[in-house]
Write a protein that binds this ligand. Structure first.
Ligand code: FE2
Length: 393
């Protein structure tokens, strides 16, 4: 699949974050050049046939109501185990012909190219993204005007769909709500989305959408806003992990005055820690937590582990971000603590590691100066297995 960047979706990134993000909807006609690469009717036909995709990953909506799962599932047996809700493709097609909208939820859980596609948003927003595909038959009203409590990127990939959008209200509560036409007045955007068009809707943006003369496939990439209350909670949770907050006080009716004094002390201790917290690194940590929520992450551990088995003396190794503590040298050896692992290394190895900043590289053989390359390479291998080095590629 074509690799799309965040700028492909929003245009000028600076302008997006200054003018639109969290403020008002943005329409980008023709933003994506090969939209069927992202999701096509052909791909949806394939997904319907995949027995592994079951409710809640696939749902059907007919005349504004969800179709019960039993209406399009059956039991199949896999390796002696019954799966009671496998999709019956013919039933799904029948529902579609009867006017149902077919919805694939959290497709980024199942499809790695969609995961890659939505990750560019997670990376920028520092938040979890969820990717939902909607297949709407021609001429069907999807949903009446409403807003959702999530930021949305709408990506039209097949057919057309008419969207009407209104600016979010002054006071935004972050809860779902629906509207009547009179409440909303004239839309600020009224557009027939075509393949490749992208819409951005901040949370609580009222919208109504309907397929016109062509069946429509669009992706909704949903981002749950991480409000200050969510971020503060995560900062607080991290802060109270300290063993200082581990005792179990008796707080029942017969508690002593001492418990209340202790509580005051703990509150002051928390307040003191909050007041001296460095905001930059903490925001970076919170953003990283958001990027790593389920459905976003990627990894290459199998590949890198396999490469490690075949390490050569000239393979470039990079220092990872793992924190390492060095003990003082003792009889030519130094104890290191990395990710909870204790390991003793010869002093020259500790010296090369100490001189290697996070992200910096050196060849496997130069990790242990003054010994044969083969031995030095084995040392580099050991350090990579405990997560201190990684193959740079
Ligand atoms: Fe919606």
């Amino acid at each position: 699949m074509t690799h799309y960047t965040f700028a492909d979706l929003v245009g000028d990134e600076k302008e997006f974050f200054a003018e639109y993000f969290n403020k008002k909807p943005l329409l980008r006609k023709g933003a994506l050049k090969a939209p069927q690469d992202i999701l096509s009717l052909r791909r949806l036909d394939e997904l319907v046939q995949l027995d592994i995709i079951r409710p809640p990953y696939l749902r059907a909506n007919l005349k504004g109501a969800g179709v019960p799962d039993q209406g399009f599932t059956r039991t199949i047996t896999v390796q002696g185990t019954d799966l009671t809700d496998a999709i019956v493709p013919e039933k799904v097609y029948e529902l579609f012909r009867a006017g149902a909208t077919i919805v694939w939820s959290s497709l980024n859980h199942l499809d790695t190219s969609l995961r890659d596609f939505t990750r560019v948003i997670s990376d920028r927003f520092g938040a979890k993204t969820d990717c939902v595909a909607f297949l709407t038959p021609a001429g069907k009203q999807g949903f009446s005007p409403h807003h959702d409590p999530v930021d949305l990127f709408i990506v039209q990939t097949e057919g057309t769909k008419r969207w009407r959008l209104w600016n979010p209200a002054e006071v935004r509560r972050g809860e779902a709500a629906s509207y009547t036409a009179e409440q909303l007045g004239e839309p600020v955007i009224d557009v027939l989305l075509e393949p490749g068009d992208v819409l951005y809707l901040p949370y609580d943006t009222p919208h109504a959408a309907a397929a016109e003369e062509l069946a429509s496939v669009h992706l909704s990439i949903m981002i749950r806003p991480r409000m200050w209350k969510d971020l503060l909670k995560q900062t607080f949770e991290e802060l109270v992990r300290d063993p200082e907050f581990n005792e179990f006080p008796f707080i029942g009716a017969d508690r002593t005055a001492g418990t209340e004094t202790l509580f005051t002390e703990k509150l002051r201790a928390v307040a003191g820690r909050l007041a001296t917290l460095a905001p930059g690194p903490e925001l970076d940590r919170l953003a990283e937590l958001g990027r790593r929520m389920p459905g976003n992450s990627a990894g290459n551990t199998f590949r890198t582990t396999a490469r490690l088995d075949a390490l050569e003396p000239d393979t470039p190794m990079r220092r990872t971000a793992a924190t390492v503590e060095f003990d003082t040298p003792d009889r030519g050896r130094v104890q290191l603590t990395v990710n909870g692992h204790r390991i003793a290394v010869p002093e020259p190895v500790a010296v090369s590691l100490a001189g290697l900043a996070v992200g910096e590289q050196m060849s496997a053989a130069s990790v242990f100066p003054g010994v044969p390359a083969e031995r030095a390479t084995r040392t580099a291998q050991g350090l990579a297995r405990i997560g201190l080095l990684e193959v740079a590629a």
